[in-house]
Design a protein around this ligand. Sequence first.
Ligand SMILES: [Fe+2]
Length: 206
Amino acid sequence: MRNEAHRLWTAVSAAEPETRALARFLADWPAAAPPAPQPRPAPCEPAAPLPVLRWLPRMALDADRFGGVFVETLCRAAGSLDWRQTYSLADAGESFLRNYGWAELVRPAAATGFVQISCGVLVLGPNTFYPAHRHEAEEIYLPLAGTAEWQQGDAGWRRRSPGTLIHHSSEEPHAMRTGEHPLLAMYLWRSVDLRQRARLDRRSAG
Ligand SMILES: [Fe+2]
């Protein structure tokens, strides 16, 4: 999926040359694939698929998806990806965790002391509110399937269609909420330290 993701980001960057942030991110795309991550968990304890993955087949058929070949390839490969959740049950609640997950497609092999890039995909189920959160890493999102609403800082909510680029500065609070459709979005993170995790903004997490 790494090469497919790079091809899609490159195509978007070529179509929108005024989006300088994306070109800056792609300039730091790793030249070679890092070593494959160690399998987790132990072979005797196969990972249960995250509940949010139940929405992927629906998104593969979404007529309005962006990067259709990439979405179809991702949905076929989903079982081989390492799906994660940043937040605990106490952090985010059961309903959110049943409708939320992400997987890295590109991750740095180790800290280098230099700016690096990670790339992955986020899935949110329908009627899901991802409360305001923030992280030091600068971020670009590219929604691929499902039109959701996004909020940056204190600005109002904006509908963002598949194919729209969304740029979050370092430590900029941002939130998302879906309606009747699930959301699949690809992201890029750019930072010296990509081992960090996003932090919920408690004022908005309610
Ligand atoms: Fe983010």
